[in-house]
Write a protein that binds this ligand. Sequence first.
Ligand code: ATP
Ligand code: MG
Length: 270
Amino acid sequence: MLVRKHFLSTPLMEFMQSPDSPAKVLLAVSGISKNFAGRKVLDNITLRVDEGKIITLIGPNGAGKTTLVRIALRLAAADSGAVQHRSGLRIGYMPQKMHVEPTLPVTVVRFLQLAENFSATQLDATLSQLNILQLKNHQLSAISGGEMQRVLLARALLRQPELLILDEPAQGVDLAGQAELYQLISKISKRDNCGVLMISHDLHLVMSATDEVVCLNHHVCCHGKPEQVSNDPAYLDLFGPNTARALAVYTHDHNHEHDLTGNIKTAHHE
Ligand SMILES: Nc1ncnc2c1ncn2[C@@H]1O[C@H](COP(=O)(O)OP(=O)(O)OP(=O)(O)O)[C@@H](O)[C@H]1O
Ligand SMILES: [Mg+2]
């Protein structure tokens, strides 16, 4: 069932206790508010990520998505509210942007080993999984934007995370690469029972693998299963009918096909 923004007032402890098993909850944020220079960027946000679940955060530029994940990671402080991590939680984080000093002579493999000395086997396996093994000895400053995204994802995965937090992982990646990247994230989540909190503007690409979409514009406008959110008036208000129509291509019930304008092309009677 689609739940509107009022789900946000649930107290944290209650929220942490997932109805089926509290042990499955990896991350819970509750009642998070944040102001910058007197401007409210986040207003009473609550969300939870359980083991093996993919939560996708969508919203327009400046909506507060990155601020929210930085607070969830405890990299930034909230003005009010609480953040709770499961004890000993291993998190792999892929930031939206990372400044790499262009004059710094560091290869991809050295960069990945800065935080921890991973084994060659582990490094090669992760790089192969992301189709960037050939970049291993390239200078970090010389790789392309899309390649850098894969390197940053490799960096997050090497920690063998229980929770992956990905801030626009597919930015700068070409179209075929985007679909591939999202499929890989979904495969990893299933294989390792890893929770994923992901910010994305590509709802049409992520929706089939997303368990819950949270639509954020300073407050949570709506949340629920992707197909429910894409029909929600709050979502339509935020993204406009054109985006919603394009998305409808992906949400139909598979007994007919649409073109991108929403016109039905063929109907299959089963
Ligand atoms: N450290 C800061 N100091 C002042 N204002 C900030 C700071 N960090 C973020 N903001 C402001 O808070 C708002 C939300 O920023 P945030 O980066 O969270 O948005 P976002 O939803 O991630 O946007 P985008 O889709 O463009 O990445 C923006 O207006 C931004 O300018
Ligand atoms: Mg952002």
